[in-house]
Design a protein around this ligand. Structure first.
Ligand SMILES: Nc1ncnc2c1ncn2[C@@H]1O[C@H](COP(=O)(O)OP(=O)(O)OP(=O)(O)O)[C@@H](O)[C@H]1O
Length: 475
């Protein structure tokens, strides 16, 4: 089998576990250690004492990184191959999941945002997955000495609303209320995916440009102070890098290869009451839960092979749909604390991550496009945008009041849900009909056999009766 065919087989979501070192506060309070990592055996053991009995629970993951693992270890061992696949034309997603303060942002971004690259273009040792991936991408592209383009988007999902973290300053400076009005709509793209309407796509030509964008975007992320972590982030963020690379066929035709890397930093997964969020933040907390709750339901539906997977129930799962059970290669980095204070949440993270290991995706390399087709598509896009600008400037487009638009949107959404439900029930009914048909056919066959047997018995009986009569007369 060819290597490409090999790669297009179903593959499990890769799940890594990282346990951070004790924090200063945990050290000060002498918090006992309940998590032990065995990086070589890829095992994590959690020790609990229930009714004076010590109970150990052991979980195995694709890779385990204990408190002494450096940013570089995690990147070199687990992420380099993923970024190589993106450069080969695959779509890949890496996301960090775990309780607040366990190191999701440290793992994904690290400390290099401000430091940028050091002397000789080296990254600081605390640099996380995003800066290292950016560096690997540009280093490889420059080495390949070919034409390429790299563009990035950076969005935040907060209270089920999408905000563009790369939007120009004047938009981000307005009050929160105004900002919420600027929430970007998530729409079906007509090809089975979704797109965020109006999201800025920034073309970047080197690492430092991406670092500045990342820094600009991260500064905009809303954070809320909680008891567990003063810098605690209450929102999900999605940083995407799309790469187009020019290739030439032996016949001299120019082709464009495209790969995309999604880097997702999820909001803290902990229980809301425990994290100290109260009344004023109830909605905020509730909505974060809605997305994470739906993510959990999607994972359950995929793992248990349920007919209906509730992707549509939250924006997070709509955005990540292709990464969960789709054609994208996915890696989840679950983060935990070693301390007894986080025991309950640690067990919940480990259970959650362990379940996610059974999700199967069917990664497919993106179709290469002919350069001429791509240019034609881009011209089409420019014409469409020109028409939109013209309609907005001259007010010759279709204008409807906002509430009517909202009502129509809701109606459309409701109908889409109905169609989805009807499709599921249609499939169930079709299955029932085919089962019944099978049963009917087998009954029919059975009755034909019985009829044959009956006829044979009747012939026998006539023969026996005639024989009896004959014997009677003879006597
Ligand atoms: N592996 C690690 N090594 C050293 N320090 C770490 C590690 N993981 C996390 N930290 C430190 O722990 C603190 C909390 O980490 P971080 O902010 O990344 O948590 P988080 O899970 O992203 O929290 P939130 O959900 O609130 O965003 C930070 O000060 C970070 O530098």
């Amino acid at each position: 089998m060819s290597s490409r065919a090999d790669k297009e087989k179903a593959v499990n979501v890769q799940v890594l576990l990282r346990c951070r070192p004790f924090s200063d506060e945990e050290l000060r309070s002498n918090a006992p250690q309940v998590v032990t990592c065995n990086d070589y055996q890829r095992e994590v053991a959690v020790t609990q004492t229930i009714a004076a009995k010590q109970i150990d629970r052991v979980f195995t993951f694709d890779k385990v990184f204990g408190p002494t693992a450096r940013q570089r270890d995690l990147y070199d061992q687990a992420i380099i191959p993923i970024v190589n696949e993106v450069l080969e034309g695959f779509n890949c997603t890496i996301f960090a999941y775990g309780q607040t303060g366990t190191g999701k942002t440290y793992t994904m971004e690290g400390e290099c945002r401000r430091a940028k690259s050091g002397p000789d273009g080296q990254l600081p040792s605390d640099a996380g997955v995003i800066p290292r991936a950016v560096k690997q991408i540009f280093d490889t592209l420059e080495r390949q000495n070919t034409e390429y383009s790299v563009k990035v988007t950076f969005l935040e999902l907060y209270n089920e609303e999408i905000t563009d973290l790369l939007a120009p300053e004047e938009i981000s400076k307005v009050a929160l209320e105004e900002r919420q009005k600027k929430a970007l709509p998530l729409m079906e793209d007509g090809k089975g995916g979704v797109l965020v309407r109006g999201l800025e796509e920034e073309i970047v030509t080197n690492c430092n440009e991406i670092f500045s964008l990342l820094e600009r975007g991260s500064a905009k992320r809303r954070t809320a102070e909680t008891l567990l972590n003063k810098q605690s982030s209450r929102s999900h963020s999605l940083f995407s890098i799309t790469i187009h690379i020019k290739e030439a066929t032996p016949e001299g035709e120019e082709l464009i290869k495209c790969g995309k890397l999604n880097l997702v930093d999820l909001a803290g997964s902990e229980n809301i009451s425990r994290s100290g969020a109260r009344e004023g933040r109830a909605r905020e907390a509730g909505e974060i839960n809605k997305s994470l709750l739906t993510l959990g339901r999607v994972i359950t539906a995929l793992v248990e092979h349920l007919g209906h997977v509730p992707y549509r129930d939250s924006k997070l799962t709509r955005l990540l749909r292709d990464s969960l059970g789709g054609r994208t290669k996915t890696c989840i980095i679950a983060t935990v604390s070693p301390s007894v204070h986080c025991l309950e949440e640690t067990l919940s993270t480990l259970d959650y991550a362990h379940r996610a290991k059974s999700i199967k995706n069917r990664p497919e390399v993106n179709q290469k496009m002919m350069k001429s087709t791509l240019i034609k598509d881009l011209y089409g896009e420019i014409d469409r945008l020109k028409a939109e600008v013209y309609a907005a400037r001259e007010k010759v487009g279709v204008y409807i009041p906002k509430d009517r638009y909202q009502a129509e949107e809701n109606e459309r959404k409701g109908m889409a849900d109905q169609i989805e439900q009807m499709t599921v029930s249609l499939e169930t009914n079709q299955k029932q009909i085919s089962d019944l048909q099978e049963k009917y056919d087998s009954e029919l066959q059975h009755s034909a056999e019985l009829r044959k047997k009956l006829e044979a018995t009747e012939v026998n009986n006539i023969f026996l009766i005639s024989y009896d009569h004959f014997m009677f007369f003879m006597l």
